[in-house]
Design a protein around this ligand. Structure first.
Ligand code: HEC
Length: 464
């Protein structure tokens, strides 16, 4: 594939010379490290921890060469040495000036349809990633470093669930999705998707890892009856720590869907013999549905449902049609909302509306015969994350509308969707923090999972 590297001047639409480090930072880096350097997709740059060296020279080297296995791009082609040095200096200054306290959470919100009360459902979590309800008062929350937390009768238990699988908590990896079986009341199954590591091989810097899905039951806050329901072939594991996906969702007939991001190897998204860069569909016991689109293709991973997906971190089933919708992190300027259909190719990296985070052009084309267009795309990228359809009694005007959370833009949007068209988009929560997940709860309230500080908000209409 043809790759062109743009000079930063072209990329930024203005002469690079004279652009302040702040402007460069906001355009190139804030997507991952946060508008206020606070982190999110990547680590905070103002917490006083420089894992890879704290001298200006180290920081400049890390910007120039990247830390590519963790998802930090190299900027040697996109920026001059002078710009890189300015940025390194700028980051050290920003750290000195970092304000210690966070802005207070808003107590209420005004939207076109509702005035909303903002309550706190749970707090004190570390990088909460995903929220799954058993009922309105009981739920599970994953913390990316590798803890499954229980909310019991509306209270977060201090101790995490014991005995869950060991996760690779590095880069974007860790304990990611949690979901409760549609028939949980009778069978007790809880599903987890996480970054699973193999033994480190001699000569390799890191252990190979891949997204894996397991289920188990929770008894006395302990994980029991563990079963693996999806595991990729070991030879497909990757040593990078980026783009694991993932979310878990069920369609009305009970199939389980989950995503795996491209794991930093974008061409794999087009390769059916690899699990990465795909949305998968399995039975809940891990067996392969006979009508899966590639079930009879001996060269394909049989759980693949769609391909050409970059890094979906939001999946939801439409409450009326049961159709599967997925939101994926694109490259810079290419976050997508897709309607996922069996066997379809969503185009990554052949077509895209975005370009690489270091300014490199990935592809010149946005459309191609045989490749699906997104239903909607966000340019600039909001860093779209968890999504859920609203269906409940508290916000009746929002029934069947899609709630969409975003990390970088720190917002929750409500998208009005008619069949396969987005007709309207409204930001209903802004700047409360980076949003990892958003859920319509069994009580009809809207739950928003904020990354840092790890907090779950509960939104309900104001009583007049
Ligand atoms: C696509 C996401 C992404 C973008 C864009 C990005 N980074 Fe990073 N960066 C990372 C990741 C991932 C790491 C590795 C640390 C971690 O696990 O979060 C990292 C690490 C770093 C580190 C090392 C921190 C340490 O602890 O030593 C520096 C410095 C840094 N980035 C600066 C920048 C600058 C400056 C830019 C913009 C020119 C930038 N990054 C853009 C993802 C990104």
């Amino acid at each position: 594939m043809k790759k062109t590297i743009l000079a930063s001047a072209l990329l930024l639409g203005a002469p690079a010379f004279g652009q302040s480090a702040e402007t460069l930072y906001q355009k190139l880096c804030s997507h991952c490290h946060g508008v206020k350097f606070q982190g999110g997709n990547a680590q905070s740059l103002v917490d006083g921890v420089w894992q890879f060296g704290d001298k200006q020279g180290h920081i400049a080297r890390n910007i120039k060469n990247g830390i590519t296995h963790l998802g930090m791009p190299a900027y040697d082609k996109a920026l001059t040495d002078a710009e890189i040095n300015q940025l390194a200096r700028f980051l050290l200054d920003a750290e000195d000036q970092a304000a210690p306290e966070e802005a207070p959470l808003p107590a209420s919100l005004q939207t076109l349809d509702y005035d909303i009360d903002v309550q706190i459902f749970a707090e004190g979590l570390e990088i909460p990633w995903s929220l799954a309800f058993i009922d309105a008062k009981n739920a599970y929350v994953t913390e990316r470093p590798g803890r499954l937390r229980t909310i019991q009768n509306g209270t977060l238990l201090p101790a995490p669930v014991e005995n869950i699988p060991t996760v690779v908590a590095e880069g974007q990896g860790g304990l990611l999705a949690v979901a409760v079986d549609p028939d949980h009341e009778n069978n007790g199954w809880v599903y987890l998707a996480y970054s699973h590591g193999l033994e480190k091989k001699a000569g390799e810097a890191r252990a190979p890892a891949m997204t894996r899905v397991v289920r188990g039951r929770v008894e006395d806050n302990r994980w029991v009856d563990p079963e693996v329901v999806f595991e990729a072939p070991p030879e497909t594991y990757r040593t990078t720590r980026a783009h694991f996906g993932t979310r878990i969702v069920f369609d009305p007939s009970g199939h389980l869907y989950f995503s795996i991001g491209d794991r930093g190897s974008m061409d794999h998204a087009q390769d059916l013999s690899r699990p990465n860069g795909k949305v998968h569909r399995i039975h809940r016991d891990g067996s392969i549905p006979a009508d899966n689109p590639f079930a009879n293709n001996p060269d394909a991973v049989p759980s693949i449902f769609s391909y050409g997906n970059r890094n979906p971190q939001g999946i939801a089933a439409h409450p009326k049609t049961g159709a599967i919708w997925a939101a994926e992190h694109g490259p810079m300027g290419g976050d997508e909302l897709n309607l996922i259909a069996a066997g379809k190719n969503y185009g990554w990296p052949v077509i895209s509306y975005g370009r690489n985070y270091n300014g490199a052009i990935i592809t010149e084309i946005t459309r191609k015969e045989g490749l699906e267009q997104p239903i909607w795309y966000w340019k600039p990228s909001t860093a779209v994350c968890g999504i859920d359809f609203y269906s409940g009694d508290l916000f009746p005007k929002w029934n069947n509308k899609l709630l969409v959370g975003a990390l970088k833009y720190e917002d929750v949007r409500v998208l009005d969707i008619e069949k396969d068209r987005v007709m309207h988009e409204e930001v209903v929560l802004k700047n409360a923090g980076r949003v990892r997940d958003v859920r319509c709860g069994p009580d009809g309230a809207i739950y928003v999972v904020l990354n840092d500080p790890g907090t779950i908000l509960r939104l309900v209409p104001k009583k007049d």
